[in-house]
Design a protein around this ligand. Sequence first.
Ligand code: TZP
Ligand code: MG
Length: 212
Amino acid sequence: FGLNKAFLNTDIYGITGEEFSLGRTNIQIVEEMIKAGIKIIQYREKEKSKFEKYNECKAIRKLTKDSGVTFIVNDDVDIALAVKADGIHIGQEDIPIEEVKKITGNMIIGLSTHNIEQAKAAVEKGADYIGVGPIFNTTTKKNVEKSEGLKYLKWVSENIPIPYVAIGGIKESNILEVKRHGGKCFAMISEIVGSPNIVEKVKSIRRLLNTI
Ligand code: TZP
Ligand code: MG
């Protein structure tokens, strides 16, 4: 994929969520995230048609490419390939990761995990990174999985050799607790897209993260 392995060597993982975006579009949100200095952005959209999602991803691919931001598409392998995204993110209920890898070749592949067994399997099957969560309760994701949250994260931080990203209910108000449990990269939807000023929000979170 032409990017170095440090693609997840960053503090904040931005994810779209248009229904929480205070009237802004996914594209506008991505523009603000880029302005805020977020270095990895995932397009996550559960409501729209393939056609709409493709068009948005096409535009986001251009924005992220021009600014050197890593672009990951959630769920839709076909869209990720069509727009030449840097990576694809899948879950436990998607096509198995080994099959997806046959299709996506050397693109980044991320897999959501919720427990130790899933984390070990993800490493064995060649995930480039794993999602770890939900850390806290969240209403952003429908039918959200169960996880031991912080305890599971701590285990991952001590046992898993690939990059990992904590997700689920993470806010400025609890992010230090996540960091204290081994969090290094933090994915947030509502806390970021739901902020009226994403640039200021990210600055504020980064200031806080740098206090410990
Ligand atoms: N996967 C696990 S929790 C979650 C996803 C996509 C939702 C995260 O959203 P928020 O608003 O940061 O809790
Ligand atoms: Mg999915």
